[in-house]
Structure formats: C-alpha cells, structure tokens
Design a protein around this ligand. Structure first.
Ligand code: FUC
Length: 798
C-alpha cells in the first residue's frame, strides 16, 4: 500500500488541468461537484455494490447501495405470501376469461377488485448508507476542479487545487475483490474525518478500531422491517501513521496518500421461500472481504479491477467519427440538438459506451439482476420500490447483453428467473389451476409472483413467457447446447406448459387465445390482446425449435399442435394500424407510452420488415400515431422498433429525442424519475441500427441514419455465435469482418455487397472477387475461429 510516494502524486498533480485520462467517448466529466444524487452524482458499481460519487471538496459523499438490502419479504411483521392467496382463484379467473370471449370488454377496476391483491410486505430496495469524508487541511480558493467518470477503466476521479495544495481522488468498485477502493492523494498534508451513516429504518452498531496500519470502522445491524442483517466495513489505510478514533468516526492527520476500502454484506440468499443465508454473519463477511482486499497494494487492486473490467468493456468499440469535444458532459448534453454534428456524434458515442459501462456496473454474476435503478438507490421508498417490473422494464435492461458482447452480465437475470419458477408454479396453480409457472406485473428480491391491485397494470400473466425469451436468445447467440438443455429448457418448458393449459378457444374463430388479457397498462380487458398472443406465439415458436434440439419430441408435438391453433395477434385495423386488440378498438389519437402490440417486431421477430410488408407498414402507422415524444424507456423501445423497420433516420430521431428530453446531466435515463431501462434500451437500439440477425440473416447496417456518415463498430454479436466488425462510409458498408464461433453456413446481407464483393478467409490477405446477389445477400460457409473478411468492390464517389 505504500507505493505511491509524495513525489509521484506531486508529479501527477502538476500535470494539472490538461491531463486527460480517457478519450472523450469514454469519459464523462464536469467542472463542479455534484449536489443532486439523481441528476449529477456519478455511478460506479460491481454488480452487487453500487456507489454514487459526488466529488465534494470539503465534504465528499459516497452514497452506497447493495443489491440485496430490501425491506419486506419473509421475516416482515404480518408475514409474507409472495403475493399469493391461500384459496384458488382459478374459478374466478376462468369466469372472467369466459365472459370476455366473443369480443366483450371489461373495465379494469372491477376485475382488479376481484383478482387483484394489495401488496403485502412487498418491501423496497434500500440505500445502504452514506460514506462521508471531510477534508479540512487546505485553505484558499478552489481551482482546476474536475470530476470524471472514466468508462474505459470504470474509475471515478476528482481533482482540484486549493490554495497551493493539489488533490487527486480515485474511486472504483472491484468485482474480483468485492470492494469499493478509493485513493486520496494530495501534495500537502491531509486532514480527514470519515464516517458512515445509515438510514434510521435499521438498528446500527458502530465499532471503530485502530491498528498499526490504519483504522477500521464497522457498522452492522438489521433492518427493522424484516430482520435482514447487514454490515459495512471501512478500512482507512494511510501510507504513513496518523489514524485516530473519534467516536463513530475515524480521523487522519498526516502527510501521505490514504487508501479506503469499503465492503458491504447482508445475510440475504436468493432462495425461495426463506431468502436467508442461515450461516452468514454479514459483519464477519464484510470484515473478511475488506481484510482480504487490504492484503493487496492499491496498484494491485487497481490492476485486478482493470483486468476484470477491461476485457468486458473493450470487446466493443463504436466510432461515429466524432472529434474530441471540449465541453463538459452536462454542457455537451445540453447542446445536443443545436445542430453541431461533431458534438452530437460525440455524445452519441459516449452514451453508447455509458450503456455498456452501466450494464457491467449493475449486473455481474453472483447477485440480483439490475433493477429499475440498476444497483443505485438513495431512498427508503424509491419510485416503484426500485423493483423488477416485468411488463417491459427488466427485459429492456438486458436487451444489450447479447448484442453488445456482454452475455455474462445476463447471468444474474438467468439465476433470478430460475429461482422464480418455484413460486411461479404456485401462481400458475392458484390463479389458473394450471401446471408450469408464471408471474404478473412485478417482482422483488423476495420472489413476489402474485398480481397487485393497480387496476391498469396488475394483470400481466405473460411475464414468464417474455422472460423465457431471454434464455432462448442466449442459446441463439452462443449456440451453447448445454445452456439450452440444462438452464433454458426447464424455464421455457415450464412457461409453455402454463400456456398450453391456460389458453382458451375463442368462439369467434376457434383460435386459442389468452383470456382475460390486458394490453400493458392500457386495457380494457379483452380476450386475445395482440401483445398476449404475440408473446405466447414467440414462446411456442422458440420452444418448438428447442424441443427438437433437446430431443423432447412428445412435448414438441404438443406445442406444434397448439401453435397451429394459436391466434398470432397480428391484425391490421381500420386506419391501417397494427391492432392492439383482437377487435379493432384502437384510437388514432392515443399516444400511450406502451406500444406492446409491436412485440412481434421487437423484441420478437414475427414481423420481418423485408417480408411481412403489410404488417411492417401497419407497425409504422401505429408508431406514427403514438408519436415520438414519450417517457425515457418508451423512446428507447421506439429506437428499436424503427431500427427493425429499417428506418435509420427515424430511429436516430428517437435517439436524439431521448438525449434531449429524457437524459439527465449524468446521462442517466429519466422516465421521469430516473429509470435505468432507457439507457439499456437505447444502447441496444443503437446496435439494432447497425447489425441485426433475428431472421436467419446477419443484416449489416440495416438502419444506418444519414447523420452517421462514416464510422465503424467492432465486436458486435450476432445470432449463430458470430462476432462482427463493420466499417462504413457514405456509400454503406465498406468492410465486414466476422469471427464465427461455430462451423456451419451463415447468410449475410448488405446492399453494399450487391452484384460484386470480395471475400477472404483465414489469415490470408487474398480476397477473391465474387459475383453477388442483387440484394447483397452473401452465403458464407463458416469455420470455427476462422475469420472471414468481406469487402465492397464498388468505389464510393462520396
Ligand atoms: C411500467 C411503466 C411505467 C414505469 C414502471 C416502472 O409500469 O408503464 O411507466 O416505467 O413500469
């Protein structure tokens, strides 16, 4: 820990304001400290632990979160039932379903009264507390202030001068060491006081111990709500002597760098129904983590963090040709839309990189998935409990995972969904008398699977089917047969078993429909709303393919029989729109944010814009009617829709709207309030503009906007276990490189390769000219790990 000498720190600081650690496209920076948690503070995280860094001068605040610290659930006074009634509701659900068959509608309120349930001990995601470090050593004017979030190294930094003293502070949260690490360096003596404050909804005991290498502060206790135990351990390790205890705080007065290590643990376990790790002692666990981290020097901790993070982040690179901008990020964002192309491209690159950064920071193996706020929360009662909404939001969080080459970040989602199957089976039984599993609108850290009582949203039994899509998509991208058999298949089969039993025959046309069915947050209740049918069709189609792959013929036959009778939820209505309901009820003046009846376009793929021309046209009519302005996640979804419709300029217009109207100065998406799904949905949408692969063809630059005149993207994943690099100019794709992970045929497509292209494979630089198809389709016989290069022959005249 004693590596960084005064001299080095001095040298670093003398480089002053001109020192830039990262490229513009991977650097958020500001010229003043944050005062607003939601809009200004900067997020760092390792999936399980999150921190918001304010960058204060005299008083630094790091607000800490840990994914499993939830109130409610088992242990809460009055008990917990996962949202499930003791008595079966299957008869009532069946009757409501029958009532709707034939085309009637029902208002949501009476059904919510009958089938909805008040959330009981649902709980809220909690703040872990606030680390405050006061620095009183220096006096005089503050100058050269800069606060950064370096996405390339996942490190937040603060630097400034005060009087004649320079300060430099670094913060990162290490996944391999499960610890927040901070380093405070100054060119003169530092006088610091550090404490950790927890909210008052928990018991708290603070212990401060001073040892020969520094001080240790441990705060531990239990949530009053449910007895969940928590602990935070903070080590203060200066490179020289000088730590003292001061009540519940530690102080330091000395002339050297100071390292802080903060760890956090609870006794939560993601396991239905107990959700407790009986053997865990969070205080001992947090101290163990901290002591283990402290055996390494700061430079070693930083290297281990970089070695873990960089291989994930560096897999993808987007270059939109933006020169470096001189503007701080908040100004860059505020200027967006003023017509300065270079600055706009710069923000787009940065926003794209930020989405990938946020996913790595909010979702790593071994903890809960990214919730509505990722891993960051400063409130006791956050909006929507900072939970897992499963009628779009949780799914959207994971849209970039596969395409942005970050499949590992979906691990927590898979673990979480697998653990929902057990309570989800009870939900299927109690509400439908059906086998398999399901859940409704929302869930929490405690496996909540019942409906709530919010009339316009509570009924969403398609959630399990929608979540199952992520498992099959993971197989399509990875072609990992073991994952398919061992993890995807049980989840998919269970979700399918539920719908095989729960679908009913519609007397209007003899088709199988969902009833009661409720188009998300936008009813009325009907039989066979389009979204319900499209999600079930997507599940059945995936499950039918998977049945062949895992060799479950009997089940495959049952699915195929049902698929033949299933209403696919695709109809064109009287004003040319894609219908939201089976009856033509759509109002052309309606601008509701949910456009769930376009599920078949994205994230489903039943509508192929090049083949299903009528449905694609109807989807356009619907999107035009709904308009572009909306809440954050809704705009993000629309980027994906327009990309799938192959309209790059319109997709870009949506992205521009999101950046202008639904993005905060720290580049977080705002609904409002802050909701992280929009960041992830837009990142995925930008990739959909560049590469698509959902219909058996790897489509290169399917929705390139005119404003992305030239650029390149590296490391994008396509279905079939393929990694792609593309670069383009104003005439479209120029070179395409692909690295297949499996042997077998692939089909690529780009109009730039129409009629003639050059193809080379392996390490050879020879590229043979080939006659191409009129539509730019290219068949490739891929060999595992043998790169393929395709080049445009036609010269670009500008
Ligand atoms: C869905 C949306 C809301 C909000 C909530 C968290 O219910 O309809 O707009 O995003 O999730």
């Amino acid at each position: 820990m004693r590596q960084l000498t005064r001299l080095t720190s001095c040298a670093l600081l003398m480089l002053g304001a001109s020192l830039t650690w990262g490229a513009e496209s991977t650097l958020l920076w500001y010229d003043k400290p944050a005062t607003d948690w939601e809009k200004e503070a900067l997020p760092i995280g390792n999936g399980r632990i999150g921190a918001m860094v304010f960058g204060g001068v005299q008083s630094e605040r790091l607000q800490i979160s840990e994914k499993s610290l939830w109130t409610g659930g088992p242990g809460a006074e009055g008990g917990y039932d996962s949202g499930l009634p003791e008595e079966s509701q299957a008869t009532q659900v069946g009757q409501a379903g029958k009532q709707l068959l034939g085309g009637s509608t029902l208002a949501p309120e009476p059904l919510a009264k009958q089938l909805g349930r008040q959330m009981h001990n649902y709980g809220d995601y909690q703040s872990f507390g606030d680390l405050t470090i006061e620095s009183t050593g220096a006096e005089g004017e503050v100058g050269g202030y800069r606060r950064e979030l370096d996405l390339a190294t996942a490190t937040a930094r603060v630097k400034y001068r005060q009087g004649f003293t320079g300060f430099l502070r670094d913060y990162f949260i290490s996944y391999p060491d499960q610890a927040l690490v901070a380093r405070w360096v100054s060119t003169n003596a530092q006088k610091l006081r550090v404490r950790f404050a927890v909210p008052d909804n928990r018991t708290a005991e603070t212990r401060v111990e001073i040892g020969k290498n520094g001080g240790r502060l441990v705060v531990s206790g239990a949530l009053k709500s449910n007895g969940l135990k928590y602990a935070v351990a903070l080590l203060m390790i200066p490179q020289c002597n000088g730590v003292q205890a001061d009540g519940d705080a530690m102080t330091f007065d000395g002339d050297c760098a100071v390292i802080f290590i903060l760890t956090a643990r609870t006794n939560y376990r993601m396991h239905y129904p107990d959700y407790r790790d009986a053997g865990a002692d969070p205080a001992a666990d947090a101290v163990r983590d901290a002591n283990a981290a402290a055996t390494r020097q700061y430079s070693h901790l930083a290297r281990r963090h970089a070695e873990d993070y960089r291989p994930l982040f560096d897999r993808v690179k987007l270059d939109l040709g933006a020169p470096a901008s001189k503007l701080p990020t908040d100004q860059l964002r505020a200027h967006y839309g003023s017509g300065e192309a270079a600055a706009e491209r710069a923000l787009e690159e940065l926003y794209f990189n930020y989405g990938r950064y946020l996913l790595i920071a909010a979702s790593r193996a071994g903890s809960l998935p990214a919730n509505l706020q990722g891993v960051w929360n400063d409130k006791a009662t956050p909006p929507w409990n900072a939970d897992y909404h499963v009628n779009i939001n949780l799914q959207m969080n994971y849209w970039p995972a596969e395409v942005a080459n970050l499949a590992e970040t979906a691990d927590p989602l898979f673990d979480f969904v697998e653990h929902l199957v057990a309570p989800g089976k009870l939900a299927a039984q109690r509400y439908f008398g059906a086998p398999g599993w399901t859940l409704f609108l929302n869930t929490n850290a405690w496996g909540y699977v019942g409906p709530i009582d919010w009339p316009t949203a509570f009924w969403q039994p398609e959630a399990a089917a929608w979540l199952a899509q992520h498992f099959y998509e993971h197989y399509l991208f990875s072609r990992d047969a073991q994952f398919l058999k061992q993890r995807a298949w049980p989840v998919m089969k269970g979700a399918t078993e539920f719908w095989l039993a729960a679908l009913v025959t519609d007397p209007r046309d003899g088709k199988l429909v969902v009833s009661p069915s409720y188009s998300p947050e936008h009813g009325p209740f009907t039989a066979g709303a389009s979204m319900s049918q499209q999600i079930v069709a997507d599940l059945f189609a995936n499950c039918s393919e998977a049945a062949k792959l895992v060799g479950d013929k009997a089940f495959g036959k049952r699915i195929d029989d049902a698929l033949a009778k299933l209403d696919r939820g695709l109809r064109i209505g009287k004003w040319g729109q894609l219908q939201e309901w089976k009856s033509d009820l759509d109002d052309a003046k309606d601008d509701h944010r949910h456009v769930s009846h376009l599920f078949a376009l994205h994230p489903g793929h039943a509508i192929d814009a090049l083949k299903d021309l009528d449905f694609a046209k109807a989807a356009r009519v619907t999107l035009d009617a709904r308009g572009d302005a909306s809440t954050g996640w809704s705009r993000a979804w629309k980027i994906n829709f327009w990309a799938r419709l192959r309209d790059g300029d319109r997709a870009h217009k949506l992205l521009a709207g999101l950046l202008q109207d639904s993005t905060l100065p720290n580049l977080w998406d705002t609904h409002p309030p802050f909701q992280i799904d929009g960041n992830f949905g837009a990142t995925a949408g930008m990739i959909e503009m560049l590469v698509q692969s959902q219909n058996g063809v790897i489509d290169v630059l399917p929705a390139l906007p005119g404003s992305w005149v030239q650029g390149s993207v590296h490391g994008i994943r396509a279905r079939g276990d393929v990694t792609l690099d593309v670069d383009w100019d104003s005439c479209g794709a120029r070179t395409l490189q692909l690295m297949p992970g499996h042997d077998g045929p692939l089909t690529l497509r780009s109009p730039a390769f129409a009629r003639e292209y050059r193809l080379g494979s392996g390490q050879s630089s020879r590229r043979d000219a080939k006659p191409g198809a009129a539509d730019g389709t290219i068949p490739v016989n891929a060999h595992k790990n043998v790169p393929v290069t395709i080049e445009r022959v036609r010269q670009c005249m500008g």
